[in-house]
Design a binder for this molecule. Structure first.
Ligand code: UN1
Length: 497
């Protein structure tokens, strides 16, 4: 199956003839897989399979579909350790985190399987007598899933389990850098006995992605990735009146107020900023500190950040894994230069790590910029690396204003023991998710996930809300009066009672 797409229940060679490699970012010489860079023709084959399979899959009672999804969840659980190690080799994040990645998919599998026994519509009174009104959720059709590399299994799982639960079929194009992990994920469904054509995998880059977005037989696009790509997808899909779910960039703030437990807030900031090497859409990239605790906080924070061990994610004692690839490493370097030029004060890191095993991969030191102001690019732009901007404020009002002064709005956090401050923050921070006394990362699979402003288009994956993306409402009126009743025209009179 090496180097093949998965279409209509079979591992097949791509027709494009082009390939790309997925490599280990900690040891760049290690090739994890050689994958087809699929063409429009390959995507076409997958769409045809998904379209044909939809006719059968949507008719299977939802709880029966749920049984297969539950089985896939059980297989993920059995394979958790192996899948995690494979993911660490392919994308670099430390094993504890890749195990969490698989766990998030397991949670989603069981959650979606359970929902197949609900998928509620509602019944409601009619304005006319002897008439009933009710609604059902129905699947939409073929769903195109295009995902980022940083959660190779969890993020596809968020989209794919509920889409399948609702009766849709899938064409999935994973990020090139996470292709082999995506293949392992698809194998789980094969083993679980998913009928052929229901879930198709097409590896690729631009051509494959564009074909999915523009294909008339794909009714829904679920995308996680950068804001600029998201914008292009939304434009193209908009012309075709497709439904789109976008999970895009973030510039997530953590606020620390004077009443906060400082050690807890330091733990949160370290995990939020440097977990996954800062490469989560939910990563903490701005730390907004109240003047009264600024020095005490920074002293503790810098000491702890300095002692983080950067290395191969497979090693037990590594805290921070490598950066995904060379372009990302260059981007991190570029933003350090930008930050310096803008007048921010570099107080930690900012360097490509060199020597020993560092020379085998792409490693960047945990980085801190202080004296950052809202006009600076390092304040506003998503870097997707272990680079934290620190901003000093002197009130909650100012903290909230600063937090909201970016175009993104995914996740935010406040550390405080003052309930009034906590409540104000939950209401006024412009983000889809706000944490109180917890870092900006750590969303759970049964709650809505997504952001406001340039982070998306209002869709929420996760939780019950994900079914609004993957179902159509069908409204049904049943008139059992035996006569023609005209809504809005016939009036009800007492005689009828
Ligand atoms: C992402 O980075 O795209 O809340 C998803 C979190 C994870 C999901 C992150 N559960 O950080």
């Amino acid at each position: 199956m090496d180097g093949k797409n998965y279409i209509n229940g079979k591992w097949v060679d791509a027709r494009s003839g082009r390939t790309f490699e997925s490599r280990n970012p900690a040891h760049w010489n290690e090739v994890i897989g050689v994958l087809p860079d699929s063409s429009a023709e390959d995507v076409q084959q997958a769409v045809e399979a998904a379209k044909a399979a939809f006719e059968k899959w949507r008719r299977i009672p939802a709880p029966k579909r749920g049984e297969i999804l539950r089985r896939a969840g059980e297989i993920l659980l059995e394979k958790k350790k192996d899948l995690a190690r494979l993911m660490t080799r392919e994308i670099g994040k430390i094993v504890k985190e890749t195990e969490g990645d698989v766990q998030e998919a397991i949670d989603t599998a069981f959650y979606a399987a359970g929902e197949t026994r609900r998928l509620f519509g509602y019944t409601t009174p009619s304005e006319l007598p002897d008439k009933l009104a009710l609604t059902f959720r129905q699947p939409v059709g073929v769903v195109g899933v295009i995902t980022a590399w940083n959660f190779p299994i969890a993020v596809p799982a968020w989209k794919i389990f509920p889409a399948l639960a609702a009766g849709n079929t899938i064409v999935f194009k994973p990020a090139p850098d996470a292709s082999v992990s995506a293949r392992a994920f698809v194998e789980v469904f094969e083993e679980a006995g998913l009928p052929e054509g229901v879930f198709n995998l097409v590896f690729g880059t631009l051509e494959a992605g564009k074909t999915i977005v523009e294909h008339p037989d794909i009714q829904v696009i679920a995308f996680t990735g950068g804001t600029e790509t998201g914008r292009r997808i939304y434009e193209a899909a908009g012309r075709l009146l497709k439904r789109v779910s976008l999970e895009l960039g973030g510039k997530n703030p953590q606020i620390v107020m004077p009443s906060a437990d400082l050690d807890l807030a330091v733990d949160g900031a370290l995990w939020g900023a440097y977990g996954t090497t800062g490469q989560r859409c939910t990563s903490t990239s701005r730390l907004i500190l109240h003047n009264d605790i600024y020095d005490a906080f920074m002293e503790k924070f810098l000491a702890r950040a300095r002692s983080l061990k950067v290395g191969d994610g497979l090693l037990e004692d590594t805290d921070v894994g490598p950066v995904i690839n060379k372009p990302q490493l260059e981007k991190d370097v570029m933003y350090v230069e930008i930050g310096k030029k803008e007048g921010a004060r570099l107080t930690l890191g900012g360097e490509v790590l060199k020597g020993g095993m560092y020379d085998e991969g792409y490693f960047f030191s945990p980085t801190v910029f202080e004296d950052v102001t809202p006009e600076m690019r390092i304040f506003k732009e998503e870097i997707f690396g272990p680079i934290l901007s620190v901003i000093r404020v002197s009130s909650l009002d100012e903290a909230i204003r600063v937090a909201n002064a970016v175009s993104y709005g995914l996740s935010s956090s406040i550390y405080t023991h003052d309930v009034r401050e906590a409540m104000r923050a939950t209401q006024e921070l412009e983000s889809g998710i706000t944490y109180v006394n917890a870092p900006t990362i750590g969303a759970e699979s049964h709650l809505p996930f997504g952001g406001v402003k340039d982070t998306g288009n209002g869709a929420r994956e996760g939780g019950w809300t994900v079914f609004d993306i993957f179902t159509e409402w069908k409204t049904v009126y049943i008139d059992y009066s035996g006569r023609l009743q005209k809504a809005q025209i016939d009036t009800w009179s007492d005689d009828e009672a």
